[in-house]
Structure formats: C-alpha cells, structure tokens
Design a protein around this ligand. Structure first.
Ligand code: MN
Length: 202
C-alpha cells in the first residue's frame, strides 16, 4: 500500500536557518524545524493510513480529529504558520508594524499596536505549560488573542489564525533558558507583517 500521495512534508523556510539570529539562533532553528517539526510530520504520516483522514487538508484534519492525530496535525499546522511568519533579522526596509487593513483592525480592537503587543506578550508569558498564543480573526474580521494549550489552533474555534508565538520550551530554551518573556519580546523584531496582513486579507 502506498501512502505517498497523502503524506505531509515540512514547509520550506523562506529564509536561511541563521537569518533569525540573534532573536532565534541557527541552532534553535535546526532543532525546532529540523527535529521537532519533522517528528510531528513523521508521526502524522505514520498515523494517517486507515484513519479516515487520508487525502484531507491539514486544516480539515485539525478541525475533525482528536487524540494523537490531532496532536500531531495541530503541531504541523501550528509550526507551518509559525515558521512562515518570520523574515530575516535586520532585513532592510521591512516594516516593524502592520500596515493597511490589519493595522486599522488592531487599533480598533486593541486601542493601539503597542497595547496589542503588550496583551499578546502577557498572554504568551502567562500561558501555563506548553502551548501557543495567537492573533486570530472571526468571520467579520474582528481580532482576538487566544491562548491554546499544547497543539491547539484557533481554527478549532472557527477563527482564522494570523500570528502565533510558540511557548513550548523547545522554541526558546537553547537561547533564553527559562526567560520566556525575553524571548517573546524579541520576536517582534523578526515578524514579517506582510505575511500576517496577507493572512488577514485572505
Ligand atoms: Mn514548537
């Protein structure tokens, strides 16, 4: 039995593995992307045959599954969104804040970009254990910040995921040890706001 048509692969990184340093070191990218994400993909691909989820999209699997398939599919979706939302540290001309409709929505729903960042960091720092903090939009375009445990993703609440900080220790321990808040506050320096705005516009 061939499962090749139904297997998932890691998303291509849109930057070099050392391009996010010093915010995220090349060593952390090598482990996080090369080992942790790859393990979730291998586990998901191994669990799919006979599961009834073969041929479904990643988002469909996350919305409809539970248990081990959900955990691994969720982590593949989460890391796909996570790794594609960054741009190289110090990239010339890269905006350090959103523009256009996303900027307006952030001001409308959080008061200001600074207030949004503060609440987002606070919710990331305050999430007990492993999980993710998300900026997500409802069907009307209204924004909210959600805290998700473990492999959680706002698609399970009917929301569109826009931006996420991974607060599993594997995302920052090599570079920041126990200093999760320092890691979270540094991440703003490598967000590709054009990617995030593109997700909002879709
Ligand atoms: Mn992770």
């Amino acid at each position: 039995m061939s499962t090749a048509n139904y297997s998932f692969a890691p998303v291509a990184l849109p930057y070099a593995q050392d391009a996010l340093a010093p915010v995220i070191s090349a060593e952390t990218v090598a482990f996080h992307y090369g080992k942790h994400l790859q393990a979730y993909i291998n586990n998901l691909n191994a669990a799919l045959p006979g599961s009834g989820f073969e041929g479904k999209s990643l988002e469909e699997i996350v919305k409809e599954s539970s248990g081990g398939i959900f955990n691994n599919a969720g982590q593949v979706l989460n890391h796909t969104l996570y790794f594609t939302q960054f741009r190289p540290y110090g990239k010339p001309g890269a905006p350090d804040a959103p523009e256009g409709a996303l900027a307006k929505a952030i001001e409308r729903d959080f008061g200001s970009f600074e207030a949004f960042k503060e609440e987002f960091q606070k919710k990331g720092a305050g999430l007990f254990g492993s999980g993710w903090v998300w900026l997500a939009a409802d069907a009307a375009g209204k924004l909210q910040i959600t805290q998700e445990q473990n492999a959680g993703n706002p698609v399970c609440r009917g929301l569109k995921p826009l931006l996420t900080f991974d607060v599993w220790e594997h995302a920052y321990y090599l570079d920041y040890q126990n200093r999760r808040p320092d890691h979270l506050s540094a991440l703003w320096n490598i967000i590709d706001w054009e990617v995030v705005a593109g997700r909002y516009a879709k």
